[in-house]
Structure formats: C-alpha cells, structure tokens
Ligand binder design. Structure first.
Ligand SMILES: *Cc1c(COP(=O)(O)O)cnc(C)c1O
Length: 386
C-alpha cells in the first residue's frame, strides 16, 4: 500500500556504516534504518548468531519455556534495574503493553477510567492506542475515533504537569520519551525526568519511558534516563534491540512488573528463540566493544565538528542531541534535504519538518564522521543559499 513515499534507491547489501545500491554505488548510512542497525550492517557476530540459531530453533511458543527469552529478560532487567520483561515484535507493541499495564494499575486502584499523561511532539507508534498517545496530528488525522484516557501537556513543561496533577484525579501514569526522536530530537531540561519521577512518587503514578529510539546505547548510556539519577517504573524498547531483527520489549519493576496474569496479554512471535538470541548477542557485542562509551565520545566529536562547520551560518537555528542522536534545526522547512543528501551518497533524515536528524551506527569511525560533516555542511550551505 502507499503508506510510504520511498526515495529513489534500492539497497542490495551493506557492510558496517556503508550500504550499496543495485548499481554498486556506495552510501554512508548516517541513519541506521532509523536507529535500528547500531552495530552497522551485516555485523559478522550478528550474522553468525542468526545463522546458528536458525539452524537450531527459530520458534516454539510462549506456551512453553524459552531459555533464551529468560536469559534476555534477566540481562535487560539487570542493565536497566527492572524486574520483569514482556517481549513483542515492535516498538508500538511494546508501548501497547505499557499502556495496558498502566490501565491495569489504575483499575487495581479502583480507577474506572484511568488517564495517562502524554506529551506534545511525542511519537509512540501507529497502532490505535499508540497513535492516540502520539502528539502529532499528522499521525492521528483520519483515524478517529481515538482512544479515551490520554491527557497531553507540552514537552519539558513541569509546571503543566503539576497543574494537571492538581486538576485531574484519575491520572495513573506519565508516558514520555527521554529525548523526543520523531518530534525533532528535543532534549529536555537536565532535571526533567527527575521532576517527573518525584511527581509520580508523590502521586503514586507509574513513570513510563519510551526508550525505543534512545535506548541500547544510542545516547552514550544504555538508556537515556541514566543521564539523570532516576529509575522509571516501565521502559519500552525496540529499534536497536535486535539490530534489524524485529523485537520489542516492555520491562518493568515493582508493582508494574506483576500486573499481567496468565491470559491477559500475549504475542505469538514475541520473544521467540531467534529474536532473543540476536538481542542477547547485540548486548554482548555492545559490551565487548565498549560501543556505548564510544557512542558518547564519537557523538560529542560529531556534534562539535558540526557546530564548527555550521558556526554563524544564517538559517541554522540549533544543533542538539546526546551521543549518536543529533538534530540540526534550520529556520525553514528542509524535507528536500533527504533527497539531495541521497544524491551525495549520504543517508540522513528530516523530522518535524525542519530538523535534520543523524542516527549513525555506533561503530562509525572518526573519518566517517568527518565525511558526514563535510557532505552535510556543504549541502546545508547550498540549501540555505537558494
Ligand atoms: C520508532 C518508535 C516507536 C515505534 O516503533 P515501531 O517499531 O515502528 O512500532 C515508538 N516510539 C518511539 C520513541 C520510536 O522512535
């Protein structure tokens, strides 16, 4: 169906940060399939894990124990200080699980119509519940009626959350991204999450973080909430968790981790041996190669170099981000840059209309960062001169 308008290119293979099209042309991938292929393309360790596991066992069912799923759950929970995990096949499904947990949590407290607080500019997925939670009219238009039970505040506005808390009695949770991805790489104030945490504690709400884009090392920590000294109640993951093999997770601690009972949530594919083997291998590979501290160092380098190259350039309003998640905001709409960048053999993305988004694989080298900066700053300069 016509749900996408793809750029005029077809890739046939990849290696590390490079992709190759049908004609044999090479492209530097500074997007990683939207924060998915953090280890780069065709990573040999991942390829080996997929091949080996496919030769042993791909799928059984959650009707039986799955050792690799139990191992992955334990591993993720240890890294994230959580207690239990539910596995899905995508980010939207991970968020669906989190939303259902919040509603169970409310009902358990005797709240018949529980409300989840969500943010303007957010993105949580394309299913009915997650598009309702999403703060972007383009994602919602035409799909009404939307779901009940969501209230929206501006991102990074603690005052608005406090005011809403005073006025609304049925709130059970806050759901937000620690850095908004689709919304334009919006980095909140340094204590934003800490203050959400303390309001959630005071009021007995669940703090749910959508780490689908920010998680698995992208921002220079395992999860973006680790930049602040807080622990949420529920975390959702997907994208880089499988380096391209579909897998999502909703991990939780405390009461939130115990709310699902046998029979009230499920997934046929979720947490199958193949996906879990890959995710375990992703975690091991990130650790064995120190890729998370590298994401921080190389991300800082890339952002610095972009600042130098675009310094004092009229028309560039902001350069922001954390680690390997970088946004360059221009003063005007610049969606066409994705196409002109493709012509220069560099893959980038434009989000929120006027923000160039870079999400390179965490294995990107310094030289490749320099190439991104050179290609992109030339493109931006000529775009702004038009
Ligand atoms: C990509 C994304 C999702 C949706 O994930 P899908 O796998 O496309 O369903 C949800 N939340 C955030 C923050 C995302 O970046």
């Amino acid at each position: 169906m016509t749900s996408y308008a793809p750029l005029p290119v077809t890739f046939v293979k990849g290696k590390g940060v490079w992709l190759e099209d049908k004609a044999g042309e090479r492209y530097l991938d500074a997007l990683s399939g939207i924060a998915v292929c953090s280890l780069g393309h065709a990573h040999p360790t991942i390829t080996e894990a997929i091949a080996d596991q496919a030769g042993k066992l791909i799928h059984t069912s959650n009707l039986y124990h799955i050792e690799l799923q139990e191992k992955l759950a334990a591993r993720l929970c240890k890294i994230a200080s959580m207690d239990r995990a539910f596995f899905s096949n995508s980010g939207a499904e991970a968020n669906e699980a989190a939303i259902k947990l919040a509603r169970l949590y409310g009902h358990e407290k005797g709240i018949g119509k529980p409300v989840i607080v969500v943010m303007e500019g957010s993105f949580h997925g394309r299913t009915m519940a997650t598009l309702t939670a999403t703060g972007n009219p383009k994602v919602q238009d035409g799909f009404g009626p939307l779901l009940e039970g969501f209230k929206r505040i501006p991102y990074n506005d603690i005052k608005a959350l406090e005011t809403l808390a005073e006025r609304t009695s049925d709130i059970v949770a806050v759901l937000c991204e620690p850095i908004q991805g689709e919304g334009g790489v919006n980095v909140p104030a340094e204590d934003f999450l800490t203050r959400i945490r303390s309001i959630c504690d005071q009021r007995g709400w669940l703090m749910i973080l959508d780490e689908i884009q920010t998680g698995m090392g992208r921002t220079g920590k395992w999860f973006a909430y680790l930049h602040e000294n807080v622990v949420p109640d529920v975390i959702t993951l997907a994208k880089a968790l499988g380096n391209g093999v579909p897998i999502g997770a909703c991990i939780a601690k405390g009461r939130a981790a115990e709310l699902f009972a046998p029979g009230n949530h499920g997934s046929t594919f979720g947490g199958n041996p193949l996906a879990c083997r890959v995710a375990l291998t992703v975690i091991e590979t990130l650790e064995a190669n120190n890729l998370i501290s590298r994401a921080e160092a190389m991300g800082n380098y890339l952002r610095k170099q972009l600042e130098v190259a675009l310094k004092n350039l009229e028309g560039v309003s902001d350069i922001r981000g954390k680690g390997m998640m970088i946004g360059i905001e221009l003063e005007r709409e610049c969606g066409d840059l994705a196409q002109s960048s493709l012509e220069k053999r560099l893959l980038i993305n434009v989000t929120a209309g006027n923000t160039i988004r870079l999400l390179p694989p965490l294995v990107v080298s310094k030289e490749e960062c320099d190439l991104i900066v050179k290609t992109l700053s030339d493109l931006i300069k000529s775009f702004l001169q038009k």
